[in-house]
Design a protein around this ligand. Structure first.
Ligand code: NAP
Length: 325
């Protein structure tokens, strides 16, 4: 099979397309014939050796995929050859085949194509867990989403609306905000132009926002935390800016506020029933047309490195997908 390989840690342009042996699924794994693979921020880190875990070299990046089951291990649950499935792979999805433990695989609902399915799991799974189990977002509350045109950010905008919240989308340019607006955001903040802190104040009449969804960190976190309402919840989702912020905890005290960590991968592993319930709701919303995953660009496998580069350079909107077969 063909695979895009990281043979030495380094930039995305160093990835090479090669012919390699097909993986053999273990007892608890299925072999997935990959049709499409989603691109996510961790792909930018894993090829540079900067992610939470590091596969041995050489490896293919690609943390999620959609395709068809090509083989099933003896203890890999009820999957059958030919099933259309989406999978969290961690890495390895930028290849024609990948082996995945059965508990990281979900059937693709009828009516969802492979490209959409490859762009769905990581972002909607993360944002659903963040806003429900972690943020306890309620209808009528105000949600602020930072990096609102990015993968997890745009999913948070849509889920926030589906949950009945007023959604304020914040991003670094008017082009990116137009994408968040089209996804249903009620109000917009261009933090490339204006002060995030002042705009939160203006849009909430000085009250602040109930929930902040922050996949960016850095200086934006410092401003956002000052815009939390009484009883507010700040969701720590990621650090796309590259800087892990520090919190003066007196701010949490003064606002009766909570700073809450979000780690969807661990949640999905530790609370699989709750994760499955989240996906039942997400698939229902998708079928009702309340969620419209945006795939802004697709790339052939040989150009998967360009897709990772685009994301790492802050140029992607919505999701990028590598179309494999
Ligand atoms: N906690 C979890 O369970 C979980 C799960 C999935 C992802 N994540 C994390 O969430 C973050 C976002 O992931 P994603 O896949 O949604 O990425 P993405 O599509 O690239 O979106 C990230 C957004 O961050 C903003 N940003 C600010 N500074 C940036 C920089 N220096 N480089 C790139 N983007 C920058 C950009 O928006 P503006 O230009 O508008 O600022 C961009 O749209 C990552 O840190 C990822 O690791 C966490």
């Amino acid at each position: 099979m063909k695979a895009l390989l990281c043979k030495a840690l380094g930039p995305a342009q160093d990835l090479v397309l090669e012919e390699v042996a097909s993986p053999s699924p273990k007892n608890n794994e299925i072999l997935l014939q990959v049709h499409a693979a989603g691109v996510n921020f961790p792909d930018t880190l894993i090829i540079e050796g900067k992610y939470q875990f590091q596969p041995p070299l050489p490896f293919s990046p690609g943390g999620e995929a959609a395709g068809v089951v090509a083989a099933v291990g003896e203890k890999a649950g009820a999957f059958k050859v030919g099933d259309r499935v989406m999978a969290l792979t961690g890495w390895g999805a930028f290849a024609e085949e990948v082996a995945v433990p059965h508990y990281n695989v979900l059937p693709i609902p009828a009516g969802m194509d492979f490209t959409t399915a490859a762009a769905f799991g990581m972002t909607y799974g993360t944002s659903m867990h963040a806003l429900t189990q972690r943020g306890q977002l309620k209808a009528g509350e105000t949600l602020l989403v930072l990096g609102a045109s990015g993968g997890v950010g745009l999913a948070a905008v849509e889920i926030g609306k589906a949950l009945g919240a007023r959604v304020i989308a914040a991003a670094s340019s008017s082009e990116k905000l137009a994408v968040a607006k089209a996804a249903g955001a009620d109000d917009l903040i261009d933090y490339g132009q204006a002060s995030l802190k002042d705009e939160i104040k203006r849009l909430t009449g000085g009250q602040g926002v109930d929930v902040i969804y922050d996949p960016v960190g850095g200086a934006l976190f410092d401003q956002a935390v000052r815009g939390l309402a009484w009883n507010g919840r700040l969701l720590v989702v990621g650090f796309a800016s590259g800087t892990i912020p520090q919190l003066p905890v007196n701010l949490a005290l003064l606002k009766g506020a909570a700073v809450i960590g979000v780690f969807w991968g661990a949640f999905a592993q530790r609370q699989p029933q709750d994760n499955a319930a989240n996906f039942r709701q997400l698939f229902a919303w998708h079928a009702e047309g309340k969620l419209k995953p945006l795939v802004s660009q697709t790339y052939p496998l040989a150009e998967g490195g360009a897709a990772i580069e685009q994301l790492g350079q802050r140029k992607a909107v919505g999701k990028l997908v590598v179309a494999i077969q």
